[in-house]
Ligand binder design. Structure first.
Ligand code: SF4
Length: 342
């Protein structure tokens, strides 16, 4: 049975986000706006067996929620094989995946059959021309087809994640809520974050939770806060007709005090925080012969020293600019959000 651990602020380790690739088939403005990128060397990527071994070590210290991320995770060949390995780990109560949806139409049924519980699709606009301007790819129809396939595949829940940017898609909140209601998906609006990789970030482009609620209430009337967020990142609300939606206010109302998440990069670096500038290499000890118990001990030691609260520390800065300069990002791919899984 798992024996849970706590960091220096008493936060347990419950949730692990596992990136399976740093590659992506889109170039979203808020994540990958640069013309070119440095990639992780292929021989450093964890195999499925290595990912399953490391995840099992995390489960042994109390992790019961696992989310597969990227880059774009559906670019990783045979991903349903990994999903079935993770789904079989005793103790994983919640197995989810975040995708941009481009390849989802062909993979949704196989992912569900492999044991994936929940799926979140990133969709920032319902307009094809805007999608192309925002992502540099004409893949809007593919994403909508992927979402359609996901609604038919029988997942326990389907969410739509939208990063809201002033002047780009802040006029689409109502349209997106209506879309989500029509397809039976909960929409979550995300404040634009100044994380590594967001090299074009500007404070005036952030649409705050307060601003979003004002737009939504102007259309529907008062919304009801649902409370009970716990360690989840989204504040949830209900429209007068009962339709629920979420807002992830990481930039203006950070929730680090409840953060029980950490991230594993595709090459096995374990990061304590989305804003962390360094992590713990788990691949090296594993490939040097460390057992699962050795990994458990290492995870215990590192988590017990964790004091990260990146978004809260950013909030109190007088002036805010992109977190990491482009030159530093080019030298270390681990600093990029697309490497650490958002
Ligand atoms: S900024 Fe770091 S500590 Fe705060 S919620 Fe995000 S990942 Fe957790």
């Amino acid at each position: 049975m798992a024996v849970s651990i706590a960091d220096r602020f008493g936060r347990p380790l419950r949730s692990l986000r596992v990136s399976v690739t740093d590659r992506c088939n889109l170039r979203c403005h808020y994540c990958m706006p640069e013309p070119d990128y440095a990639w992780l060397p292929r021989d450093t990527l964890l195999t499925f067996e290595e990912i399953a071994t490391i995840t099992a070590a995390f489960v042994a210290v109390g992790v019961d929620r696992v989310r597969v991320t990227g880059g774009e995770p559906l670019l990783r060949r045979d991903l349903p094989v990994l999903i079935s390995q993770l789904a079989r780990l005793p103790g994983v109560a919640d197995l989810a995946l975040t995708t941009n949806g481009v390849l989802l139409a062909e993979k949704a049924a196989a992912l569900r059959d492999a044991g994936l519980h929940r799926i979140t699709v990133s969709l920032d606009t319902l307009h094809r021309d805007r999608f192309e301007a925002l992502t540099r790819f004409d893949s809007h129809a593919a994403v909508l087809a992927g979402i359609d396939a996901a609604t038919r595949a029988g997942f326990e829940s389907l969410k739509i994640d939208t990063v809201v940017m002033r002047g780009t898609n802040d006029d689409e909140l109502i349209e997106l809520l209506e879309y989500g209601r029509n397809i039976g998906a909960e929409v979550r609006f995300i404040e634009y974050m100044d994380v590594g990789g967001a090299t074009q970030w500007r404070r005036d482009v952030v649409v705050s939770q307060a601003d979003m609620l004002q737009i939504i209430e102007a259309r529907y009337g008062a919304v009801q806060p649902l409370g009970g967020r716990g360690s989840a990142p989204a504040d949830r609300f209900a429209l007068p007709d009962g339709t629920t939606f979420g807002i992830i206010a990481s930039t203006t109302q950070p929730f680090c005090r409840d953060c029980d998440r950490s991230r594993l990069t595709a090459d096995g670096v374990w990061l304590m925080c989305l804003y962390a500038t360094a992590g713990t290499d788990l691949r090296r000890p594993l490939r040097a012969g460390a057992t699962r118990d050795d990994l458990v001990q290492l995870i215990r030691t590192v988590w017990s020293q964790r004091a990260d609260r990146g978004a809260e520390e950013r909030l109190v800065l007088g002036s805010r600019a992109p977190l990491i300069p482009v030159a530093a990002l080019k030298k270390d791919a681990h600093l990029e959000m697309h490497t650490r899984g958002g």
